[in-house]
Ligand binder design. Structure first.
Ligand code: L14
Length: 347
């Protein structure tokens, strides 16, 4: 730390995640001595408020990272590929929220509750995992540590905010159009720039990101590969189905796991989840208490409920995991990594 804090840069400051980064930095009273807000040429010149003061957004360029200690990137993979190495070269520690570097063996992929110590290996760039992966591993890690984990099967119910501000607008406009009996227009979801677009309002779309050649989408492959990397378990069996729902904020996941130890029950898992860092257990069927996006949105925690033992598989359990995808799934996990760097004296 120099003087009163760190020189922090936020790249993609005007986006859905960037604006949340600013509010989390404020909320956590992160030691910011100087703040540089960067964006594309299109958004440059906008003024954003930070701790009550106006900060003008500048166009991102390599020289803007001179003197920066911590650079939080969330402006898309191509911006990260071009500028993250430039920032690192100038001495900044990059925390990158895109998929650009996540599977690079030289780049730690970190969820502080799970693998904080991987930060020691960083070489200037640290990757923030995919939103759906983060909330799942936070809930599964305490179970893995206690009973071992052999298999994970997940289906997601993902919010539109993950696809950015334009996707939120599209969902709202479509909903309004349908209720007014007007024609529905789609130009953003499921994937910006793709050949076809589908209605998201009053719908469920089983495609997030583009398709791989194996029939899985990239979002599904990210969950598979990133889970193994974060948990340091290449042998873990993981499969995923990722679905978009007309929910503004908050991803939900139906997760089936198999543990190594036999004879465990719901009470055992509850006990682990009740004291797990970053987890809030909401599992009271008698009171109809379970996590939902509407109650998780705006919160930093990962909420877990509907924990059940599989009727046939003694080592199998089902659960429902919900978290705010822009917060623990993106902005909060990134700022939390920055807090860990300070704690570990790596910045
Ligand atoms: O890989 O469209 O970080 O909801 C997470 C959000 C990919 C897109 C990532 C979405 C992104 C995804």
């Amino acid at each position: 730390m120099k003087g009163n804090g760190y020189h922090v840069a936020v790249v993609g400051a005007t986006g859905a995640v960037g604006t949340q980064m600013l509010s989390i930095l404020e909320q956590r009273q992160f030691p910011v001595e100087k703040l540089t807000l960067l964006s594309s040429a299109r958004s440059a010149g906008q003024k954003l408020l930070f701790n009550g003061a106006e900060v003008t957004v500048e166009e991102a360029a390599p020289e803007k990272f001179e003197g920066v200690d911590i650079a939080l990137f969330s402006a898309g993979g191509s911006v990260s590929k071009a500028l993250a190495p430039e920032a690192a070269k100038r001495g900044a520690i990059v925390i990158d929220n895109t998929s650009a570097f996540r599977m690079d063996p030289e780049v730690p992929l970190v969820v502080p509750e799970v693998n904080e110590s991987d930060l020691h290996q960083h070489k200037g760039i640290i990757a923030n995992p995919n939103c759906s992966t983060i909330q799942m591993v936070v809930a599964l890690e305490p179970i893995r540590q206690a009973y071992g984990l052999s298999k994970v099967l997940v289906s997601t119910y993902q919010a539109v905010s993950g696809a950015g501000v334009q996707a939120i607008t599209e969902m709202n406009e479509q909903s309004q159009a349908i209720l007014n009996g007007e024609e529905v227009k789609a130009s953003v979801l499921p994937v910006k720039g793709a050949d076809r677009h589908y209605q998201i309002a009053f719908n469920a779309v089983p495609q997030i990101d583009v398709f791989d050649t194996n029939g899985y989408t990239y979002e599904e492959m990210k969950m598979i590969n990133e889970t193994k990397k974060i948990m340091h378990m290449q042998e873990l069996k993981v499969s995923a189905t990722c679905v978009r729902l007309p929910v503004e904020n908050g991803h939900s996941e139906s997760v089936y796991i198999e543990v190594n130890e036999s004879g465990k029950n719901v009470a055992d898992l509850h006990e682990l989840l009740e004291t797990a860092p970053g987890v809030v257990l909401q599992d009271r069927p008698d009171e109809q208490l379970y996590p939902m996006p509407s109650t998780a949105a705006g919160k930093l925690d990962v909420f877990v409920g509907r924990v059940r033992k599989d009727p046939d598989e003694d080592n199998g359990f089902h659960m429902w995991i919900v978290s705010d995808n822009l917060l623990k799934g993106a902005a909060w996990n990134s700022v939390q990594i920055a807090e860990s760097l300070i704690k570990l004296k790596l910045v």
